[in-house]
Design a binder for this molecule. Structure first.
Ligand code: G3H
Ligand code: ZN
Length: 285
């Protein structure tokens, strides 16, 4: 059934685990995520990013309605999350489209502007029943941008700033930059576990869960350690596309005369579902 992101993340944090949040682009992604979660018998978050909306000719509703329909019939709890939102117009469509949460992305702005924009988004979101995630310290690699230098100051979240940012903005969850990067196609990212520890300790009594972005590039052991260190929501996108595209490429190589799209979409969907199950197994806690 359809569930709320805040409930799923809160429950994961309470048992020192994490809930996996997968970025979906097509109906096959949605079906694969839910099938993988059902096989694992675990709750899951389906997230649609502003980039994915752009790909769908700028329309949120077609994919959102598909996600709601699949979630409602799912055998596990499934929450809908609007990811990396920069447009206020898109933010304002979230609640009506069935989302229980949004990630408002102002991480590219200087601190004061990020705080002001995020506080306004959090106020609006809370007035409309949304759980609001925001980001401080930029996780690189979005929109095909080159990953930030791992040692550049902007690439890391400062623990003292994080505490002030969370209490002044009123957000419900914080995405932190601790060494992961978006759109990695190898699982070679090394996380700064000492920084994660300081972030978790610093935010302690504020009770705000931490979120890891760019998790496709993070090895299993690093992910498990991050969950033990306080990460309660793990965002995975690229890994699904690697699985889908690889399976389809292999199928079409072996069947060069295939024309029925269902034939190769089926193997793509199955490969994504296996990847979903593999990530969930690492994050259970
Ligand atoms: O918000 C989405 C995630 O951060 C996904 O990142 O595609 O590198 O796994 P990824
Ligand atoms: Zn992200």
């Amino acid at each position: 059934p359809l569930a709320a992101t805040g409930t799923l993340v809160g429950a994961a944090a309470a048992r020192q685990g994490a809930v996996a949040a997968f970025n979906v682009i097509t109906l096959e992604h949605i079906e694969a995520v839910v099938a993988g979660a059902e096989t694992a018998d675990a709750p899951v978050i389906l997230q649609i990013s502003e980039n994915a909306v752009r790909y769908r000719y700028g329309r949120l509703l077609p994919l959102a309605r598909a996600a709601v329909a699949v979630a409602e019939k799912a055998g596990v709890d499934v929450a809908l999350h609007l990811d990396h939102v920069q447009s206020d117009d898109l933010l304002r469509q979230a609640a009506d489209a069935g989302f229980s949460s949004v990630m408002y992305d102002a991480a590219h702005l200087p601190y004061d502007e990020n705080l002001a924009a995020t506080r306004a988004a959090a106020d609006w979101g809370h007035a409309h029943g949304l759980w609001v995630e925001a980001e401080l310290g930029e996780v690189g690699g979005k929109d095909g941008a080159a990953p930030l230098d791992a040692h550049a100051p902007g690439a890391r979240t400062d623990p003292r700033e994080a505490r002030a940012y969370v209490s002044d903005s009123g957000v419900d969850a914080l995405a932190v930059a601790i060494g992961s990067s978006h759109a990695m196609t190898t699982r070679t990212a090394a996380l700064d576990h000492d920084l994660l520890k300081r972030l978790a300790e610093g935010l302690g009594e504020l009770g705000v869960p931490l979120v890891l972005h760019g998790s496709s590039g993070v090895p299993d052991a690093e992910l498990a350690a991050a969950v033990r260190g306080g990460i309660a929501k793990v965002n995975v996108g690229t890994a699904l596309n690697i699985a889908m595209t690889g399976a389809i490429r292999e199928f079409l190589g072996a069947h060069p005369d295939a024309v029925d799209s269902r034939k190769y979409l089926t193997v793509g969907r199955e490969a994504m579902a296996r990847t979903v199950g593999a990530f969930i197994a690492v994050l259970r806690g």
